[in-house]
Design a binder for this molecule. Structure first.
Ligand code: AMP
Ligand code: ZN
Length: 458
């Protein structure tokens, strides 16, 4: 089956064709590690994970690279403001490196909780300063950079198609240039290297051919993606907020330096919103995954909630939504736990086909979940086939659908089930049925086994 993906570059669904048959080079913009990742950020990483698992389901070998931004991301996208890492380090009275490692580790724990598989390669911006300097030198050699009082900037007017990803309109940009250019030549020009204001004041600064300082935020992704995946590579992802600035600038510097198209498919995940506004780390960020756990939710309830909305549609967070997802997932898991493996019937391949059609149609997870629900409902499909297909589908969903929760059965229910068993053994079927009904009313079901019985949650 052909995988079709919506490419932001060109704004249409395209059949996915890898550069090397059977292999995929995949880069995702990673976290800026000055604080916990919110469930907003994590929506984007769940989308990345689904994409990766669909590619793997389709038989591709995926090399997945994710960066860790531990320097150079300023509080304003306009290359002004403070460095988020330095600001957090000063606030917490710690070394920037320790802050970065702490929040990165928490992020990795969130990955585990959400069944997000780790990338093949993690790469930190601070461990690739030389690669970034080399790339800026290349841009300088080709005439794309100029110096201002605070750094080395990329001259976006030197590229004819600057802004093609975001469909930026060059004329409008020029008109908007009246406002605060500082000593930049064009409004969209961006920093490749920033000078330290007062040498020794920052924790993170390096010598470079242009002076003591630190890299701009965008250059790290171009330097590290090309180092680990080459040029061009297949897929690059991030949240939609990256389209107008970060990814636009990655394309500009990558193409200017190499003279080639660097990425074939750009995919972007829509926002998690709250009351219609983007959930944003810098504004306090709603919840972390640990906070949702403290409220009694399982991390996979949140993963399921995300799968119920297509990744390109925004998703408004409410606890009602999350409750519905929690109940929905519990319902699915109970149905699956209650499949009797020797229930007779035919195979359920048509539902697997429907699932595959959905996942390959630009990662349509709501459609794929519907296919699963239809499969579970169909009495004509054998228990064995159902179990096999659920296992296949869960390779993509990663909801632990087959994992049995440890059911805590109240003593009262255990007593009733035992009395029912004894009644059945003595062929008092009327009493046995009455006792079973009592157990059912208490939210449990009794499954008879060849030897004895099992109590499950209804
Ligand atoms: P950051 O740590 O701020 O660099 O962001 C990490 C990732 O989260 C980026 O890919 C962002 O695009 C994404 N992101 C930020 N806010 C949201 C949100 N509210 N919903 C979905 N993704 C987001
Ligand atoms: Zn990036």
């Amino acid at each position: 089956m052909v995988l079709r993906l919506f490419n932001t570059l060109g704004r249409k669904k395209q059949a996915f064709k890898p550069i090397k048959p059977g292999e995929v080079g995949f880069y995702s913009c990673g976290p800026t590690v000055y604080w916990y990742q919110t469930i907003g950020n994590l929506r984007t990483y769940i989308f990345n994970d689904i994409l990766k698992k669909v590619l793997e389901y389709d038989g591709f070998k995926v090399k997945h690279v994710m960066n860790v931004t531990d320097v150079g991301h300023l509080t304003s996208d306009a290359d002004s403001g403070e460095d988020k890492m330095e600001k957090a380090a000063a606030k917490e009275g710690k070394r920037a490196e320790d802050i970065a490692n702490h929040y990165w580790q928490v992020f990795r724990e969130d990955f585990k909780k959400l069944n997000i598989s780790e990338p093949s390669i993690w790469c930190k911006a601070t461990e690739h300063i030389n690669e970034q300097i080399e790339l800026i030198k290349e841009l300088e050699k080709k005439g794309f950079v100029y110096r201002t009082s605070d750094g080395i900037y990329f001259d976006t007017s030197k590229l004819e198609d600057y802004g093609k990803l975001a469909l930026l309109d060059a004329e409008n940009l020029k008109a908007g240039a009246r406002i605060d250019l500082a000593d930049k030549k064009n409004k969209t020009d961006f920093a490749l290297w920033k000078f330290s204001d007062t040498p020794g004041l920052r924790q993170q600064e390096w010598q470079s051919p242009w002076g003591l300082g630190f890299p701009g935020w965008h250059i790290e992704c171009s330097a590290m993606s090309s180092k680990y995946l080459g040029i061009p590579f297949d897929i690059h992802t991030g949240g939609i907020d990256h389209i107008p600035v970060h990814h636009t600038n990655e394309i500009a510097q990558g193409e200017a330096a190499s003279g080639k198209k660097c990425v074939n498919y750009w995919l972007h995940g829509a926002f998690l919103t709250f009351k219609g506004e983007k959930v944003s780390k810098s504004k306090g960020g709603l919840y972390t995954i640990s906070e949702l756990q403290e409220l009694g939710y399982k991390p996979l309830d949140y993963r399921f909630m995300c799968l119920l909305t297509h990744y390109r549609s925004s998703l408004d967070f409410t606890l009602d939504n999350l409750n519905a997802a929690k109940n929905g997932l519990e319902g699915l898991k109970n149905k699956i736990a209650n499949i009797s493996s020797n229930a007779p019937g035919g195979d359920g391949e048509k539902y697997l086909k429907e699932f595959e059609k959905s996942i390959n149609d630009d990662l349509n997870m709501p459609g794929a979940i519907q296919a699963l629900q239809k499969l579970l409902k169909d009495d004509k499909v054998s228990g064995k086939s159902k179990i096999e297909l659920v296992r296949k589908m869960d390779a993509v969903f990663s909801l632990d659908l087959m994992k049995k929760e440890r059911v805590i059965v109240p003593e009262e229910v255990q007593k009733l089930a035992e009395q029912r068993w004894q009644a059945k053994k003595t062929k008092n079927f009327k009493l046995a049925d009455e006792l079973r009904a009592k157990v059912t009313a208490m939210g449990f079901v009794i499954a008879d086994m060849p030897e004895g019985y099992e109590i499950k949650k209804a």
